[in-house]
Design a protein around this ligand. Structure first.
Ligand SMILES: NC(=O)c1ccc[n+]([C@@H]2O[C@H](COP(=O)([O-])OP(=O)(O)OC[C@H]3O[C@@H](n4cnc5c(N)ncnc54)[C@H](O)[C@@H]3O)[C@@H](O)[C@H]2O)c1
Length: 154
């Protein structure tokens, strides 16, 4: 195991790792809650300024996550932002953006592609990127990886 991998695992075990969640919808916000409850500081990203504002004010827009839960998350260091320049802050980045079906019933990949581009320009060595969005097998390798590797990192 490389030193970078060892350091990453140590940061996970000690809960020093910061977790980033991109797309704070029905999947992303509950996922952010789980990591926050597990003791990680979570930084959420969304392009919707209303969602970012609501979370910043301790409000929720999803039934399964109460306002009290958002406030408790904030007490444990949870933040929501639309500033994608902050993508270099988390140690792990989880992509939870939409993949609506197109007319031909294939997943619309543009959200995943745009998000991968946004990560790629800020990617730093040692960051873990995980694709959570529902899509076809091979998307991480075939769609995300080539975009992320435009950063020069492998
Ligand atoms: N909702 C479910 O029960 C469910 C279940 C299984 C899988 N999924 C899958 O999970 C993924 C997310 O679904 P969802 O239901 O959470 O969608 P959602 O529409 O509730 O949330 C997606 C969020 O992503 C944000 N977003 C869109 N483009 C963005 C971008 N470029 N950068 C940052 N944020 C962006 C939106 O503003 C929204 O807040 C999809 O692939 C979906 O198929 C959803």
């Amino acid at each position: 195991m490389s030193d970078i991998e060892k350091d990453f695992l140590a940061r996970i075990k000690s809960r020093k790792a910061r977790v980033g969640v991109i797309g704070l919808g029905y999947v992303g916000l509950p996922l952010a809650r789980v990591f926050s409850q597990a003791g990680f500081r979570v930084l959420g990203f969304d392009i919707d300024p209303e969602k970012v504002r609501a979370l910043g004010e301790g409000r929720s827009y999803i039934k399964s996550v109460s306002a009290g839960t958002v406030q408790a998350m904030r007490g444990r260091g949870f933040e929501a932002t639309a500033d994608f320049d902050r993508l270099d802050e988390p140690d792990a980045v989880l992509i939870c953006v939409p993949t609506p079906l197109t007319e031909t019933r294939d997943p619309d990949m543009t959200y995943i592609e745009r998000t991968s581009e946004a990560i790629s320009t800020r990617l730093r060595k040692g960051q873990l990127v995980v694709l959570e969005s529902t899509t076809y097998p091979g998307t991480t390798e075939e769609v995300c990886r080539p975009i992320l590797e435009k950063s020069g990192l492998r």
